[in-house]
Design a protein around this ligand. Structure first.
Ligand SMILES: Cc1cc2nc3c(=O)[nH]c(=O)nc-3n(C[C@H](O)[C@H](O)[C@H](O)COP(=O)(O)OP(=O)(O)OC[C@H]3O[C@@H](n4cnc5c(N)ncnc54)[C@H](O)[C@@H]3O)c2cc1C
Length: 376
């Protein structure tokens, strides 16, 4: 085993957040990096359980900005970054009803101005595209034809492969249990296998972000993990679903999409819980079927082929938490990715590396995502 125990940068957690930061730091020449992951493999928690889509639409302005930046990378990654295409432009269709539809219609010009490709679809156009939808359940829809499914495995391993090639180290099955501080500054970490010193400690621990900060005192940022469930099932016989976009009904909390040979669906559940290895709850699974019954009865499955759940972790204002801690110097937050950590990972990784190496970034107003906003 490599005995090196002194690093410039220690990243806690090897989900998409930690991996993307390692990549962008290494691309800029900062390669003295150790990534510590408690599980046997990277991406075991939220990163490996997502719906894996790019949706360049959001009511939170900073998230929309990050998604648009992230979309550019997914469509045009640097040459040699990945071995296959990162984004399958299968499309995203989002339906709305009532006041929400009016609000969304007013957002469209701004969305288009910021670079998103957005089509507005009437009830009839939407129902003819997805024939299992009943027009009484929605007033209209937006179609994002340039968005769609992300190859998360390829993205995660693209980040890691290149970061490791440049010198970053990854150690799995090693849990961070304590953080060393001295005179208000991070000095390193204590793990299940030993001690390391470092100038920076990066909190990329996903749902455990609050607990990691708790190791150095009361956290200025309150993160909450919310479970989200997905089920997969066969498509009804005779119905060609493989070319459908992901279809989301934001007025009735349901999305479904082609998945492998069949379909997947989520009731967009948001139960708050302690960080854990999330498992699907049977009541939530039943609720998914119930919602399919109400909104698209033709899709109700005879049986479920697979189900899983993962955690989406949010700060109180739903914006991400990226920046140096306002109290503990050298402790850097890369947290609160919520339901958008995959699609925004390239933007957030780049912003975080700018903030660490230069102290500023041109990509976003860093104050909007800074952890310091909670202490003002
Ligand atoms: C059902 C579902 C659907 C989603 N759909 C989408 C989507 O379509 N598009 C999208 O962009 N996002 C989506 N998301 C959100 C996305 O998955 C997350 O935002 C993203 O994966 C968060 O990445 P992360 O690296 O912060 O967290 P994680 O992937 O959870 O990684 C954190 C890592 O830190 C490790 N860790 C924690 N504590 C320690 C410790 N003490 N020592 C060492 N290691 C530690 C954990 O083991 C874990 O591997 C979805 C999420 C869910 C659950």
């Amino acid at each position: 085993m490599d005995k090196k125990s002194n690093f410039e940068m220690i990243i806690i957690g090897c989900g998409i957040a930690g991996a993307s930061l390692a990549y962008f730091l290494a691309e800029r020449g900062m390669t003295d990096i150790l990534i510590l992951e408690r599980e046997e493999q990277p991406g075991y928690h939220s990163t490996g359980r997502s719906a894996a889509v790019l949706v360049e639409f959001d009511l939170v302005p900073s998230l929309l900005q990050l998604k648009l930046l992230g979309g550019r990378f997914l469509r045009n990654p640097p040459s040699g970054f990945s071995e296959s295409t990162l984004l399958q432009r299968s499309g995203i269709l989002i339906m709305f009803q009532g006041a929400l539809w009016e609000q969304v219609r007013q957002m469209i010009p701004g969305l288009r101005q910021s670079g998103a490709v957005v089509d507005i679809l009437s009830q009839e156009e939407t129902a003819s595209m997805i024939p299992v939808l009943s027009p009484e359940n929605f007033d209209g829809a937006v179609l994002l034809p340039e968005d769609g499914h992300i190859d998360v495995n390829e993205l995660l391993w693209g980040y890691l492969r290149h970061a490791k090639r440049r010198g970053a180290q990854l150690r799995c099955k090693e849990e961070v249990r304590d953080i060393k501080t001295d005179q208000g500054r991070c000095r390193g970490v204590v793990t299940s296998r030993g001690e390391y010193s470092s100038r920076w400690v990066i909190n990329a621990a996903g749902a455990w972000g609050g607990k990691i900060r708790g190791l150095v005192g009361y956290s200025p940022v309150q993160l909450t993990a919310h479970r989200r469930t997905i089920i997969t099932f066969a498509a009804p016989e005779g119905l060609a679903v493989s070319k459908w976009p992901l279809v989301a009904d934001l007025s009735h909390d349901l999305y479904f999409s082609p998945e492998s040979a069949g379909l997947m669906a989520s009731p967009m559940d948001e139960d708050a819980m302690e960080p854990c290895d999330a498992r699907p709850d049977e009541l939530v699974v039943a609720q998914t079927i119930e919602r399919l019954k109400q909104l698209t009865p033709r899709l109700v499955p005879k049986s479920i082929t697979h189900k899983w759940a993962g955690l989406r972790t949010f700060a109180p204002d739903q914006a991400m938490v990226v920046g140096e801690d306002p109290v503990v110097k050298g402790f850097f937050w890369l947290s609160g990715q919520g339901g958008a950590g995959i699609e925004t990972s390239s933007a957030v990784g780049q912003i975080a590396s700018d903030l660490i190496l230069d102290g500023h970034t041109k990509l976003i107003d860093a104050q909007v995502i800074s952890p310091a906003r909670f202490t003002a």
